[in-house]
Structures are given as structure tokens and as C-alpha cells.
Design a protein around this ligand. Structure first.
Ligand code: GLY
Ligand code: MN
Ligand code: MN
Length: 441
């Protein structure tokens, strides 16, 4: 769990980096309708949560460095006995102060009267324009209400600055507490993959295997997957974002599962590819070994001083050589890389930042150069090979094989830590685990 002190530290760091005499305005995520009068499960906006830990919709936070009566101001829903009876607890402004460290808190219904007064006199507003048109209009109406009073001496802000630049750079570097939470998110997802390897069998539907993941996530307090779970049997493993998950798993096929848990808002993101019947065929194993070698080579590159693209370059090198050795690609390895011929079978990048968002924030390049890796950054390493079922350029025995192996890796002072090694990935270890069927619960 992220502590109150840590949320306070984050706000302090952001405020210390802000320009003189400025204000941050940040709204909570809106609720989203699922159908008729039912909403999707609520998930707080990652920036809002990062700075407050406040879990409710209909809230706005303002950070006003140097404000005498308090720098952290929260607007939120009031306590309401009847609404709480129907819809669940609300913290109310008093809870925002008592439990979330706000210096001042007001009912959200009073925001139009109060927030313009907080903006007035500030030179700059940090605000992410363009994310929510309705909130954009509200912000402009507050600013315009100040502009309308200039003849009475009001001082409207002269500048709008993007909040995300600063904040997202801050979010890129995980604290030791964040690492702890992310490590746990990784462990939970790894346990789910272990469970799946032990229960899968031919004839099962992909969604039945998905259910095993969701059960294991929930059981450990990860109340939602970090993204829609991908369970692709056989050729479905070649569809990168396959989420139909409605086909039968067949004897002799592989199943590719990309499943991660969200734990205290932090994502894990694991892919494993394993044989439905517990035993890899010769061709499946040959492709798998190439992907695994490329993943290990890429992880080897995750250490301080390497740059963001180093793991990708290492993975591409090993994949291309391996695909040439298997006869999937023909020609010189250097040329196959140069011309990007490998992209026929490996068309995505080797990873992304990981954090509160599964594709987490943070720049990949700085001044047009790949970012240098530093301790505290967390990323995925996820190479794959996908041979389309109708690819007549390769021998038919390879067609329809899709393999990806994905782990979550933190850069440490000395090298890296893999959060997700609780689930095996070598052929021998997977086959051994799959032999040990989980006893019926
Ligand atoms: N599951 C999303 C990804 O691997 O990027
Ligand atoms: Mn993934
Ligand atoms: Mn990923």
C-alpha cells in the first residue's frame, strides 16, 4: 500500500518543480456508462491517484504552492446518507482532509464559487487541456470569470502549461514502495499463470482458462485485470490483441496468454505460451526456444547506462538469427535487420514502461535520443514470433504458431530485477509444471 507520506512526498516534489506562482488543476476520472443505467467499474485517473490516493469520481484537486491557507485543496462529493445507502461510502471533504492529507476541502458543488478565487493572482495554470472537453470548458469558464473582473483589479493567469510533462517524468521513476507493490502485482499474475498451466486441457474453452486467471487475481486482492486478458489458442496466438477468447483449445496447439493483474492501481503484464496438452511439438519448441533466447538477451540489456532501445535491438538480433536458422527468413542477418524483413514475424516493439498504466507514461526519447536506463524505471520485455496461418512463404509445419514471452523488469542500481519469474518459461520447466496437475479445489 502506498502511504499517506508517500502521496505527500509526490505532491511536494511536483510543487517544487513548478514555475513560480502557479496552480495545478487536476480532475478525477469521470464515471463511464456501460449500458442504460449501469456504469463500468470505476477506475481513478492514474495522475489523480498518483498524487492523492483518492478513489472517488466527481472530484478535482488543486495544488497551489506557497498558498498560506494550504497548498493541497480538494473538491469532492459531500457525505450523503441516502446516496451512500444506495451507492456506497463517500469520504466527503472531511475525509479528504482527515484521511488524504488535503489542507482544505470543499463540496464539489461549490467549485464554481471557490476555484476561480484560487486561480486568481496565479500567473500559470498547469492543466492537461484536451483530455475531457467538458472539463476544458469548465476551466475556461473559471478563467473567463477572472478575466471579466480585470477592471476591478483581478489578475487572470497568463499561461497554460502541460501538467503531464513533469508529472509523467516523476511517475517514470518508481519509489521503493512502488517497487514493492509492483513486485506483488507481478507475483499475483505469475501465480495465475502457474494455475493456468496446471488446469489447461484440450477441449476447454479459452474463456474457461481466462476464468482461472481472474479467480487467482481476485483471490489475492487484485480486483481487476490490468487490461483485457488475451487467451489465444493455436492460430489465435498470432492475433496480437485477440480478446474474443471464445474458441476451444485443441490438443496439439499452443495457447498464448497475455494476462496481468492490477494491484493497488499498479499493473503487471505477463505473457506465457504453453502447450494445451502439456508437451511442445518439435516445431513449437524450435520457435519457442528462439523467442526465449531473444527475451533473455533483451533482459540482459536492462541495466543502468543502457538505453531504452538496447533490449529491443538485442531481441531483434537473436530473433532474426533464429528465424534464419529455422529457415523462416533467408539472407544475411544484418540485411534482414536493416530492411526490417523480420517484421513479417515480429511486428511489435520489445516492451513499454509499466506502472499505474500498463503502457505507462514517460518519454522514450530525450532530445531525440533514446532514453538512458536508470534505477527505478520499470518496463516489460516481450518479444515474440507470429507465423500467420496462411503464410505460404514458409513450410506449412510452421504456420499458425504464435509465441510471445513477457516479463516485468525493474532497472536496479546493479542491473535489473524480474518481478514475474514466479512462473517458469523454459520448455523443461513448463512441461514439468504441467505434469503436476492442480488437485481439484
Ligand atoms: N498486454 C498489453 C501488452 O503486452 O502490451
Ligand atoms: Mn502483455
Ligand atoms: Mn506488455
Amino acid at each position: 500500500m502506498i502511504s499517506r507520506q508517500e502521496f505527500a512526498r509526490r505532491r511536494r516534489e511536483l510543487m517544487d518543480n513548478m514555475e513560480e506562482n502557479s496552480i495545478v488543476i487536476l480532475p478525477a476520472a469521470p464515471e463511464r456508462r456501460r449500458n442504460r443505467d449501469i456504469d463500468h467499474a470505476y477506475r481513478q485517473d492514474s495522475d489523480f491517484w498518483y498524487l492523492s490516493g483518492f478513489p472517488e469520481p466527481e472530484a478535482v484537486m488543486a495544488l497551489i504552492p506557497g498558498r498560506e491557507h494550504g497548498e493541497f485543496v480538494m473538491f469532492c462529493r459531500e457525505r450523503d446518507r441516502e446516496m451512500e445507502t444506495w451507492h456506497g461510502y463517500r469520504r466527503g471533504p472531511e475525509g479528504a482532509v482527515k484521511d488524504f492529507g488535503a489542507d482544505d476541502a470543499f463540496p464539489i458543488s461549490d467549485i464554481d464559487e471557490i476555484l476561480p478565487g484560487l486561480i486568481e493572482g496565479r500567473d500559470r495554470v498547469y492543466y492537461d487541456m484536451g483530455r475531457d472537453p467538458e472539463f476544458d470548458r469548465q476551466v475556461m469558464s473559471w478563467v473567463n470569470s477572472i478575466r471579466a473582473k480585470v477592471r476591478s483589479g483581478a489578475h487572470p493567469p497568463g499561461e497554460f502549461l502541460a501538467l503531464n510533462h513533469f508529472l509523467h517524468d516523476q511517475r517514470l521513476f518508481k519509489s521503493s514502495l512502488e517497487i514493492k507493490v509492483m513486485r506483488r502485482a507481478g507475483e499475483i499474475a505469475a501465480a495465475a499463470h502457474v494455475r493456468a498451466m496446471q488446469v489447461v486441457e484440450p477441449g476447454m474453452y479459452e474463456y474457461q482458462l481466462e476464468a482461472e486467471y481472474l479467480h487467482e487475481f481476485m483471490r489475492h486482492g487484485a480486483r481487476a485485470p490490468a487490461y483485457p486478458t488475451i487467451v489465444g489458442g493455436g492460430r489465435n496466438g498470432c492475433i496480437l490483441h485477440y480478446v474474443d477468447n471464445n474458441q476451444k483449445l485443441k490438443d496439439g496447439d499452443l495457447v498464448l496468454v497475455d494476462a496481468g493483474a492490477e494491484f493497488h492501481c499498479y499493473a503487471s503484464d505477463i505473457t506465457r505460451t504453453f502447450p494445451v496438452n502439456g508437451k511442445f511439438s518439435a516445431e513449437q519448441q524450435a520457435v519457442y526456444e528462439v523467442v526465449l533466447a531473444s527475451q533473455l538477451a533483451a533482459i540482459e540489456q536492462v541495466k543502468p547506462g543502457k538505453h531504452w532501445n538496447s533490449p529491443h535491438e538485442a531481441a531483434v538480433q537473436v530473433l532474426t538469427q533464429g528465424m534464419k536458422d529455422l529457415g523462416l527468413l533467408k539472407g544475411e542477418v544484418s540485411e534482414l535487420i536493416e530492411t526490417e524483413a523480420y517484421r513479417r514475424f515480429y511486428m511489435h516493439r520489445t516492451g513499454h514502461w509499466l506502472g499505474l498504466d500498463v503502457h505507462d507514461v514517460g518519454d522514450y526519447k530525450v532530445h531525440d535520443e533514446w532514453r538512458v536506463l536508470e534505477p527505478g524505471m520499470v518496463m516489460t520485455v516481450e518479444p515474440g514470433i507470429y507465423i500467420a496461418p496462411d503464410d505460404s512463404s514458409v513450410a506449412s509445419k510452421w504456420r499458425g504458431i504464435g509465441v510471445r514471452i513477457e516479463d516485468d523488469v525493474a532497472v536496479t542500481r546493479k542491473g535489473c530485477e524480474v518481478f514475474t519469474d514466479g512462473v517458469p518459461k523454459s520448455v523443461a520447466e513448463i512441461e514439468k509444471l504441467m505434469k503436476k496437475k492442480r488437485r481439484a479445489a
